[in-house]
Design a binder for this molecule. Structure first.
Ligand SMILES: C[S@@+](CC[C@H](N)C(=O)[O-])C[C@H]1O[C@@H](n2cnc3c(N)ncnc32)[C@H](O)[C@@H]1O
Length: 256
């Protein structure tokens, strides 16, 4: 009989850093993946206001993971986010220093220039969430794949976003069958890819659910679970706004 998987995000996760981002639909999975993987080295390409990145950092800290995190971004924006002002970097930098000092570092530069700071086969978890054209996502993958540890994971955001000239979906469609992958379709989609190799004998339950002989039924259950988990977080946020907002007239009495 397989073990029951009780995702840690359900038990103890409330995002510390809530900002607007379409990554909002994947927060519980991001938290659970970092908790399960316990990465020694985590790199994000594309951080903007930090929603995904600080979810990863929060999981590292809450679970006392002994690892390093790097957020690579020019913090200037691109044609999809539009150019943004310096206040974005200031606020990300402040939150990082106040909460994740000592293990999380911002690398304010182009992805291309960050490459030389990382060795081959060294990264446990890479999140690709930069510029979203087909060409840019292909280039990020080709440049960074050699840096991933055997058995390591790459996340791709927006693999279902068929808007403007976004092309992550097209790239994902091309490569998903050639690799070990799992796709979350909700929100704008999140692709999870695992590099071959590595010792899998100690794989945590979440990795087994994602990659170890998933059936259509088990995959559908996992997808449904994370749709509900993100809705649950959203409802908690709405309730909090209603009950704790400065102009709130609502009081909630605990059930008898
Ligand atoms: C979609 S946003 C990241 C969203 C973020 N992960 C979140 O949780 O909301 C993309 C970011 O990638 C950055 N970016 C795009 N291309 C880049 C490049 N070649 N080098 C560095 N930063 C880049 C942009 O400045 C922007 O902040």
């Amino acid at each position: 009989m397989s073990a029951i998987y009780l995702p840690p995000s359900v038990r103890h996760f409330e995002p510390l850093h809530m900002v607007f981002s379409t990554w909002v639909d994947h927060l519980p999975f991001g938290y659970d993946l970092v908790t399960a993987l316990r990465p020694k080295l985590l790199v994000e390409l594309g951080t903007h206001k930090g929603l995904s990145y600080f979810t990863f950092c929060q999981a590292m800290k809450a679970n006392e993971v002994d690892g390093l995190c790097y957020a690579v971004d020019t913090f200037e924006g691109d044609e999809h986010t539009d150019k943004y002002d310096e206040s974005v970097f200031t606020s990300v930098n402040d939150h990082n220093r106040q909460n994740y000092h000592g293990f999380s570092y911002l690398m304010r530069m182009f992805f291309q220039d960050a490459l030389r700071h990382f060795s081959e086969d060294s990264i446990d978890l890479l999140h690709i969430d930069g510029f979203h054209t087909y060409e840019a996502v292909s280039e990020d993958f080709a440049n960074w794949y050699p840096k991933i540890k055997p058995g390591g994971i790459i996340l791709f955001h927006d693999v279902q976003a068929r808007v403007q000239d976004f092309g992550a979906w097209k790239f994902w469609d091309e490569i998903r069958a050639q690799h070990e992958t799992f796709t979350f379709n909700h929100g704008f989609g999140l692709g999870v890819l695992r590099k071959p190799g590595g010792d899998r004998s100690q794989d945590p339950e979440l990795l087994k659910l994602l990659f170890e002989k998933p059936t259509e039924e088990s995959s559908a259950r996992l997808r449904a679970f994370y749709v509900h988990a993100s809705k649950h977080l959203e409802n908690n946020r709405k309730l909090k706004r209603l009950t704790q907002g400065p102009k709130s007239h609502v009081s909630v009495t605990p059930a008898a």
